[in-house]
Design a protein around this ligand. Structure first.
Ligand code: T5A
Length: 214
């Protein structure tokens, strides 16, 4: 049985990941590929409980950056073992809203935590289980936050400063430049239909590269 492929969507707040996950899902469905969709932090009941701890705002006790980092990887360990790895091993493709690139960008770029410690945790928690394709939806922090604000109340991380989200964006773009074979940067600033067309073209090109035809 051929292992499934692992596709992730990344980007800052309100970049359109959840929206474009549907576009990627439609491409996979059209190609007859078995897949599951999931998200981080979360993706299993225990990991979703950790997500609640990470994102619930307004608590009197601030969360230390190290606690945040370790909880991200605690949720990921559960998610990789219970859901991602078994699916890939069974030939099912996994389509995930955020993964370790988000930790690099938010906890590394945004919080300024030591990147070598993040890499060590990634190696321990998921070894060589890295995405085969990562779509980075790139939009300015101001535009993304405005979209996210329209959609729902701010969670704990969304309450960060604009400078924090600008560091996150810069870090994502640096990651994409460092790994051009895995990342595809999508301009997420235009209207939804334009972004959708870019995502569809990118995924179709990946499917052709992987020898999958609809
Ligand atoms: N986090 C996560 C870390 O710090 N470290 C980690 O390791 C991980 C995994 C939760 C938070 O956790 C942090 C990052 C996050 O702060 P999340 O649930 O993915 O992660 O949270 P958000 O990024 O906040 O998700 P959002 O739902 O806000 O953003 P999306 O999914 O990028 O955006 P989406 O699709 O919901 O769109 C937002 C709004 O914009 C509209 C949509 O209709 C929606 O109303 N929209 C557009 N409007 C105009 N033009 C377009 N092109 C549009 N595309 C979408």
């Amino acid at each position: 049985m051929r292992r499934g492929r692992f596709i992730t969507l990344e980007g800052g707040e309100g970049a359109g990941k959840s929206t474009q996950l549907q576009t990627v899902a439609a491409c996979l469905t059209a190609a007859g590929i078995p897949f599951l969709t999931t998200r981080e932090p979360g993706g299993t009941p225990r990991a979703e409980a950790i997500r609640g701890l990470l994102l619930s705002p307004g608590e009197a006790e601030p969360m230390a950056s190290e606690t945040e980092l370790l909880l991200m990887f605690a949720a990921r360990a559960q998610h990789v073992r219970q859901r991602i790895e078994p699916a890939l091993a069974a030939g099912t493709w996994v389509l995930c809203d955020r993964f370790t690139d988000a930790t690099r960008a938010y906890q590394g770029g945004g919080r300024g935590l030591d990147l070598s410690q993040i890499e060590a945790l990634a190696a321990w928690v998921h070894g060589d289980c890295w995405p085969d394709l990562t779509l980075l939806l790139d939009v300015s922090a101001v535009q993304g936050l405005a979209r996210a604000e329209k959609r729902s109340a701010k969670d704990r991380i969304e309450q960060e400063t604009l400078a924090f989200f600008e560091r996150v964006r810069a870090h994502y773009l640096a990651q994409a430049e460092a790994e051009p074979e895995r990342f595809r940067v999508i301009d997420a600033a235009p209207a939804e239909a334009t972004v959708t067309a870019q995502v569809k073209a990118t995924v179709d090109a990946f499917l052709a590269q992987e020898g999958v035809h609809d």
